[in-house]
Design a protein around this ligand. Structure first.
Ligand code: ADP
Ligand code: 5GP
Length: 188
């Protein structure tokens, strides 16, 4: 009998490569469903509403919190971010494994609600390389980058609560490691 669908949570510090690794992972594992989060942060150039995020006003976000629409939500770097519950539950019910790309506080909320979820902490090869990637992305102001750097030590300290830690040294290698985690889970 096929094992039931699983929820995988990918998190780690800003700029480590979560978005890049998730995109490459989804290209390889077509059966995975990606949960598009809602956020109140402003849209970056090239980001599409409903594809990268659902971009909401603070009022709309809080209305949805009140309506119980989020599986988890958190304030991250001064904005709200949340996972839409109906999408995740529907996919799992239909037997599809789901990927969430969320911050460390959200990840631990998910683990409490759904202890079977597998938490993957994506870590940088070094702090210097992380900063290099964050600056090189050219999407945040120096103030925004400083804010993200201030959270780094706290975010790294959360690694111990995760089921797996994967170093994002090379995208393809990190993706292969996550694929092995998924394959092991599917064969349980
Ligand atoms: P996050 O989603 O964790 O904030 P991104 O996926 O946006 O991070 O990646 C941050 C920057 O680092 C991007 O410019 C991306 O192209 C780059 N990057 C991601 N993974 C790697 C890697 N393994 N090696 C080198 N650069 C990377
Ligand atoms: P960014 O603004 O760089 O896209 O994301 C900032 C942070 O918010 C990242 O750590 C990202 O993983 C996190 N994030 C994105 N979506 C969600 C979500 O739905 N819930 C939570 N808790 N964090 C999220």
């Amino acid at each position: 009998m096929a094992s039931k669908a699983s929820l995988y949570v990918i998190s780690g510090p800003s700029g480590v490569g979560k978005g890049t690794v998730c995109k490459a992972l989804l290209a390889r594992e077509k059966s995975l469903a990606y949960s598009v989060s809602a956020t109140t942060r402003s849209r970056r150039p090239g980001e599409i509403d409903g594809v990268h995020y659902y971009f909401l006003s603070k009022e709309e976000f809080l209305r949805r919190v009140e309506a119980g629409e989020f599986l988890e939500w958190a304030t991250v770097y001064d904005n709200y971010y949340g996972t839409l519950r109906p999408f995740v539950l529907e996919q799992l019910e239909h037997g599809r494994d789901v990927i969430l790309e969320i911050d460390t506080n959200g990840a631990l909320q998910v683990k409490k609600l759904m202890p079977d979820a597998k938490l993957v902490f994506l870590e940088p090869p070094s702090e210097q390389e992380l900063l290099h990637r964050l600056v090189g992305r050219e999407t945040e102001s120096p103030e925004e980058i400083a804010k993200r750097q201030q959270c780094l030590a706290y975010e790294m300290s959360q690694k111990e609560y995760y089921d797996y830690a994967v170093v994002n040294d090379e995208v393809e290698r990190a993706v292969d490691e996550i694929r092995q985690i998924i394959a092991r889970r599917r064969s349980e």
